[in-house]
Design a binder for this molecule. Structure first.
Ligand SMILES: Nc1ncnc2c1ncn2[C@@H]1O[C@H](COP(=O)(O)OP(=O)(O)O)[C@@H](O)[C@H]1O
Ligand SMILES: [Mg+2]
Length: 155
């Protein structure tokens, strides 16, 4: 990712459509090797964000993007190369991530992870953390934190 973003920034989204626009904008600068970790409670909008980002990268606004709640991972071919979408809510132990092809994903893909705290100790040092939470007005706060030393992501 190019360096447009600061180390940390906040964004308030007032609607699902606004979240989708932010995700689509962020998608334009992503490249293989980039990881986005989506933190936040059930129903806060992680999948909404992921779906919009994947559709933008795939260049298909109608693309079916199922939540990988049970499969734990879903892969896509995009203009920027492979994208792996993980939902680790049901992961029993961090090491199980290797059975899902984690090392292949790390080697070649853009990675999106819901419930990244399930593999906290295995997360790479360079990544973008996005913490989502509900605002009092029913919107969503997205807190973006660039983790690592490179600081060269642009979102
Ligand atoms: N500003 C917003 N951004 C994203 N989702 C929103 C927003 N406001 C309300 N929502 C709603 O919140 C729900 C989020 O669901 P989902 O993305 O599946 O959550 P999660 O994956 O975090 O469990 C959706 O029903 C969506 O319509
Ligand atoms: Mg979800």
């Amino acid at each position: 990712m190019k360096n447009v973003y600061k180390d940390s920034m906040k964004w308030t989204s007032h609607s699902e459509a606004e979240t989708a626009r932010l995700a689509a904008r962020m998608a334009t600068n992503l490249m293989p090797g980039d990881m986005l970790c989506l933190h936040g409670a059930l129903g806060v909008g992680k999948s909404v964000f992921a779906r919009a980002l994947i559709r933008a990268l795939a260049g298909n606004p109608a693309l079916e993007v199922p939540s990988p709640t049970f499969t734990l991972v879903q892969t896509y071919d995009t203009a920027k190369g492979p994208l792996w979408h993980f939902d680790l809510y049901r992961l029993q132990a961090p090491e199980e991530i290797y059975e899902l092809g984690w090392e292949d994903a790390m080697a070649e893909a853009i990675i999106l992870i819901e419930w990244p705290q399930r593999i906290q100790s295995l997360l790479p040092p360079e990544r973008l953390d996005i913490h989502l939470s509900e605002t009092s007005g029913g919107g969503r706060l997205l807190q973006l934190d660039l983790i690592g030393s490179k600081k060269d992501m642009s979102l």
